[in-house]
Ligand binder design. Structure first.
Ligand code: ADP
Ligand code: MG
Length: 333
């Protein structure tokens, strides 16, 4: 199978939408965002051995490669339009390509996001996707827009992808149904596009949680030059707490619950801030997007992160420091 046959067979996307004036097949695709809209652009690369294992189901990999990119659009409040796919493949394996493109294009169809071009080459497996979305001018959910006094919210549930990772690492055992659920969170994240769009004009700042809640909230705090006071009582009301409690002693549960919810990573939920006067509107946006929302703290003018124990007492900074967000280069000497 030659390069062009491969592209035609697996990456020719039937989907069309009016903002894509010209799709793949020419030297460039042509994009025509609607009047008054800003183009939102983001790239994410997935490298074998770093972001996924060679044994991963190709269909799940296709889904995840696009999902992590769509998650960035969600965090901006943008509506997906299109994406490009740059793919390095060790070999043209029809079974792998068929699964990968099925997972990829099913999620693309679900979000009406057109595969409008790309590049295909031989090499170590590497998947690079660039997504393009649109968001009305002045409604983008920027990281630098948090204001002292804002509530801090998170969507969905955190730490479950990490649960699956620990099972793969052999540090935790789960029964089949719990493992299947955790693995789905790790391999098939649901980008919170509907929520991001519903939060336009309501939320101030937002980020998606790819590297852990504390790390990604930290990006908002730094960009907005503010701090935060975070509650922790809500951690005891998470689905991760319920799952862990079925397998471990109370002490073991707590020693995993905090770091996994706060810094586990790979969650692809949204963390966002909104004025306290907008609480009803935030909750309505969650209902509209069918996503549970939890209010976890508030933005403070002092640029520091303070965490409160369930008795509202500040936790020692050394404890909080242990829960830093995952950093891809922290293990590089
Ligand atoms: P160029 O010579 O400009 O690099 P290519 O020969 O690589 O173009 O690609 C031919 C066409 O196929 C282009 O329109 C390109 O966008 C598209 N294409 C290449 N690889 C992919 C892919 N993996 N997915 C979707 N479209 C692709
Ligand atoms: Mg090319």
């Amino acid at each position: 199978m030659g390069e062009f046959e491969l592209i035609r067979r697996y990456f020719q996307h039937g989907l069309q939408r009016r903002e894509i004036a010209l799709g793949n097949g020419d030297d460039c695709a042509l994009l025509a965002p609607a009047a008054g809209q800003r183009l939102a652009v983001s790239t994410d690369m997935l490298v074998e051995g770093r972001h996924f294992l060679s044994t991963v189901d190709p269909e799940a990999l296709g889904h995840k490669a696009l999902a992590v990119n769509l998650s960035d659009l969600a965090a901006m409040g943008a509506e997906p339009l299109a994406f490009t796919l740059a793919l390095a493949l060790p070999r043209a394996d029809a079974r792998w390509l068929e699964g990968f493109s099925r997972g990829l294009l099913a999620l693309a169809d679900a979000h009406e996001c057109v595969l409008m071009g790309g590049d295909t080459t031989a090499g170590p497996l590497n998947i690079c996707i660039t997504v393009f979305g649109q968001v009305p001018q002045a409604q983008a959910l920027r990281r630098d827009a948090a204001v002292a006094g804002d509530d801090i919210w998170v969507s969905g549930s955190l730490g479950e992808a990490r649960l699956a990772l620990e099972v793969f690492r052999g540090t935790l055992h789960l029964d089949t149904s719990d493992f299947v659920a955790a693995r789905a969170r790790m391999e098939r994240p649901s980008p919170r596009i509907a929520l991001g769009m519903a939060l336009r004009g309501i939320a101030h700042a937002a980020a998606d949680i790819s590297d852990g809640l504390l790390g990604d909230l930290g990006h908002i705090l730094t960009a907005s030059r503010v701090g935060a006071v975070l509650e922790t009582a809500w951690l005891l009301d998470t689905s991760l707490h319920r799952t862990l409690s079925a397998y471990l002693s109370t002490d073991e549960v707590l020693s995993r619950l905090y770091p996994w919810v706060l810094t586990g990573g790979d969650d692809y939920e949204l963390v966002f801030t909104a004025p306290a006067s907008g609480r009803e509107a935030v909750l309505a946006a969650g209902r509209q997007a069918h996503v549970a929302l939890t209010r976890i703290g508030r933005i403070s003018a002092t640029p520091a992160l303070v965490m409160l124990d369930p008795q509202q007492q500040p936790l020692p900074p050394s404890t909080v420091a242990q829960w830093r967000g995952f950093d891809h280069f922290s293990s590089v000497p």
